[in-house]
Design a protein around this ligand. Structure first.
Ligand code: ADP
Length: 756
């Protein structure tokens, strides 16, 4: 896929545009699409039903937190307009939101008209990478089926998603175990992390190990930066970011450089704490000196990022999009996108940043949790009004002004797929460490919350990905002066219940067990000894195209493997991760020891007169040390995947004369894969590594002694079958055990599913 630029003039319909939108209706858009996936993606397209006018925002000063409880009546008139938005590609949703008012919780029935075919539950054809035991499951839709055994769901750890989950289970007629169950359940719904319940040995859990860590701002930035190095054009949807405090000097130099080249340009940057959520700790700056760096060990890790100064506005207000994305399996990768999402609006009219407004939270940050505290916040009673609306209602609004919303949707889908592709390699390492192949364990799936901003030119920009997007369907409201109650939020309910219910439908073990044979190692880890090809899956018919159980057409649309062909070439890091996993060889470990690294070099025949083993050792030590210093979690010694990828890039650069990094890397991968496709590939990883280790044991020891002279601080491999550690003082810092690591991830700072 190549992206090409071509300008498209979007002609607005000024008759329907509110005056406040005038700045945003005439857009000359830099479209980036030709043979790209976008061309063939099938986004939902709103059609034809007039929508209500939106929020009429008025400026509000910052620091109105103390007025948080008072609610403006602004926009109430809009409530009478039902936000009927049809979305095509075989389905149409017409949600009569007015009926949501005053309905009792638990008695709600989603009113969804399906233009698509009725589901009749043929088995899923996409291949499911689960390895669960065969169960006595029904074939939905088969009239002669045996009596159904309901799917069992353990909801005891569901936390704030409980309400929506209960409704979903009820709609599916499945069986809920709110207090857990002694016998195994089919599905475990965790509110926070994979480790919410550590005693699961079968079934499916709605969280991947490592997802929380991977989606912290620094790790996400790193993963996307690596992909940007390889594919600068394809990965241009994430604002340029620097990691603080490590990259403060580079950031500072960059700002100076920009000023030197254009003194008039006033760029703004946004600083976000690494583990922050709900806008907490975020601030805008225009000078590097404004970064609030605490000293020494107090230095708070953060990301400083280019601020998108010209977002698309509706009714003069900045807004962002929350899209729900289901990662159904890692191997082969399966991604679904919810056809409906949410948009969250600021509550103070937007102005481009200037020295005076930099601290105006309600103008610059779209977080629900912040804006709900503004007097101008309007709880939405319909899908197309208020401070939280459906994405389709916004798309409809844009379409009415002539915006090519199919293009917007396809760019969004493309962004989502590329982001998941960037995350998958590291997730596979976590998965293999937590659920080693061959050991009993559950398989995993996860709903992610993508936060996306549209620029004035309609280009989607990724802000962040939430591992625990809020699934709350109620909000606190003042029902009488000083009296607060949780009341149902129709917009949240419409969107979130569908997402949960249809995620469950896709994870129905009755469907999945008849899917394609699971790869060893379950839903996530790369199968040992196998080079992953991302040419995923069977000639697929997405489940949403399958007939079903009389339930509405799925609100989740499969985008991968559906669009594998267009994106497969991006999976270079994934292939590097496969090599990495292969040489890890130690169950429960996530870092490569020096011996394993040398074994990798040897097996792939990368060492030669230009790259003697001594240089390999130095490369290992050099990179490992640097990463240990820059990552917070350096307790586990050795070379992590990101460091391995860096080493791989360096090795690729040494060997290849190709101009582009991606070509260098692709060529080195081919070399490695060709060598590993030999007899060694038949062996399981650990066996292969230890066989190789035994062969090179004596040589390795000698080299270890040599290398330990070079670096006293490097690490060791923790395998008992491995030669002694390369660098001796590492013994006390041996790779932490699996259990220790688990404990860390259990007790470490976790981001809970707070409303953003
Ligand atoms: P948090 O996890 O604390 O919500 P986010 O990364 O989502 O952090 O940022 C919070 C809000 O700040 C976003 O919802 C968005 O409105 C705004 N924001 C974040 N990054 C940018 C950016 N690069 N440019 C413009 N606005 C941004």
């Amino acid at each position: 896929m190549r992206m090409s630029d071509h300008a498209v003039k979007v002609e607005p319909d000024h008759t329907t545009a509110s005056s406040g939108d005038k700045d945003n209706v005439v857009v000359t858009e830099e479209l980036v699409l030709d043979t790209s996936p976008a061309a063939s993606l099938s986004p939902p397209v709103p059609s034809c039903v007039p929508s209500a006018a939106g929020v009429q925002g008025s400026a509000t000063p910052l620091a109105s937190k103390d007025k948080a409880r008072s609610r403006s009546k602004m926009g109430r008139d809009d409530r009478s307009t039902e936000g009927k938005v049809n979305t095509d590609i075989g389905y149409a949703i017409s949600t009569h939101v007015g009926k949501h008012l005053n309905r009792l919780r638990g008695e709600k029935v989603l009113q969804i008209k399906c233009a698509g075919r009725v589901m009749q539950g043929k088995q899923e054809t996409n291949g499911n990478s689960t390895h669960q035991r065969p169960r006595d499951r029904h074939e939905p839709g088969n009239k002669h089926q045996r009596k159904k055994k309901p799917v069992t769901v353990d909801t005891s750890k569901a936390k704030t998603s409980l309400e929506a989950l209960k409704m979903s289970i009820k709609q599916l007629k499945w069986k809920e175990f709110p207090l857990g169950r002694r016998a195994a359940c089919d599905i475990y719904w965790h509110g926070t992390s994979f480790h919410d319940n550590d005693h699961i040995v079968s079934g499916q859990v709605n969280k991947f190990p490592g997802m929380i860590e991977m989606l912290k701002k620094i790790n996400l930035s790193r993963a996307l930066r690596t992909m940007h190095e390889l594919f600068p054009e394809e990965y241009n949807f994430y604002p340029r970011s620097w990691i603080l405090p490590d990259e403060y000097q580079q950031f500072s130099a960059q700002i100076r450089g920009l000023k030197d080249s254009d003194a008039a340009a006033h760029r703004t940057f946004i600083v976000k704490p690494d583990s922050g959520s709900q806008g907490e700790g975020i601030y805008l700056i225009r000078e590097a000196s404004e970064v609030r760096l605490a000293a020494g060990s107090q230095a708070r890790q953060a990301v400083v990022q280019e601020y998108v100064q010209r977002p698309l506005l509706i009714d003069k207000l900045k807004f962002d999009i929350r899209l729900y994305v289901l990662v159904k399996a890692l191997e082969p990768l399966q991604i679904y996108i919810a056809k409906e999402g949410l948009t969250r609006f600021c509550t103070e009219p937007y102005q481009e940043p200037n020295q005076k407004n930099l601290s105006h939270v309600f103008m610059h940050l779209t977080n629900y949790s912040l804006n709900v505290q503004s007097d101008n916040f309007v709880h939405s009673d319909s899908q197309s009004t208020g401070s939280k609306r459906t994405f389709s209602s916004v798309l409809y609004r844009l379409a009415s002004k002539g915006v090519d919303i199919k293009k917007v949707w396809s760019d969004v889908i493309s962004l989502v797929i590329k982001t998941v592709i960037a995350l998958v390699p590291e997730l596979k390492v976590h998965y293999q460490a937590d659920i080693p192949p061959g050991k009993p364990g559950p398989t995993c799936f996860q709903i992610l919350g993508f936060d996306i901003l549209l620029t004035k030119n309609l280009k989607p920009v990724l802000l962040e990905v939430n591992s625990n997007p809020s699934m709350r369907i109620e909000h606190e409201q003042e029902v009488a002066p000083g009296v607060f109650e949780y009341v149902s939020s129709p917009v949240d309910e419409d969107v979130k219940v569908c997402v949960i219910r249809d995620t469950l439908r896709l994870m129905d073990p009755g469907l999945n067990k008849h899917g394609h044979p699971p790869p060893a190692g379950g839903g996530g880890a790369a199968q040992q000894g196998t080079v992953i090809t991302t040419k995923a899956g069977p000639p697929d018919k997405a489940p949403e195209e399958e007939p079903g159980d009389g339930l509405p057409t799925l609100c989740l649309k499969q985008v991968y493997p559906k669009y594998t062909k267009q994106f497969q070439y991006l999976c270079l890091v994934d292939r590097i991760a496969t090599l990495f996993l292969r040489f890890l060889g130690i169950k429960g470990n996530m870092r490569l020891g020096p011996t394993a690294f040398r074994t990798f070099i040897r097996c792939c025949k990368l060492s030669n007169s230009n790259l003697p083993m001594a240089s390999v050792d130095i490369l290992y030590i050099d990179i490992t040390r640097r990463w240990a210093a820059s990552t917070q979690d350096s307790r586990e010694a050795g070379m992590g995947l990101q460091a391995f990828v860096e080493a791989f890039f360096q090795l690729a650069g040494r060997r290849s004369k190709a101009a582009l990094l991606r070509d260098q890397v692709a060529s080195l991968l081919e070399v490695c894969e060709a060598h590993l496709d030999g007899p060694l590939s038949a062996l399981p990883v650990a066996a292969a590594v230890s066989l190789e280790d035994r062969r090179s044991l004596s040589r390795g020891r000698a080299m270890a002694r040599e290398a330990s002279k070079l670096s006293p601080s490097s690490s060791s491999s923790s395998s008992t079958t491995h030669p002694p550690p390369l660098c001796s003082p590492a013994a006390p810092r041996r790779a932490v055990s699996h259990d220790q690591r688990l404990q860390r991830s259990r007790h470490g700072p976790l981001r809970t599913n707070l409303e953003n």
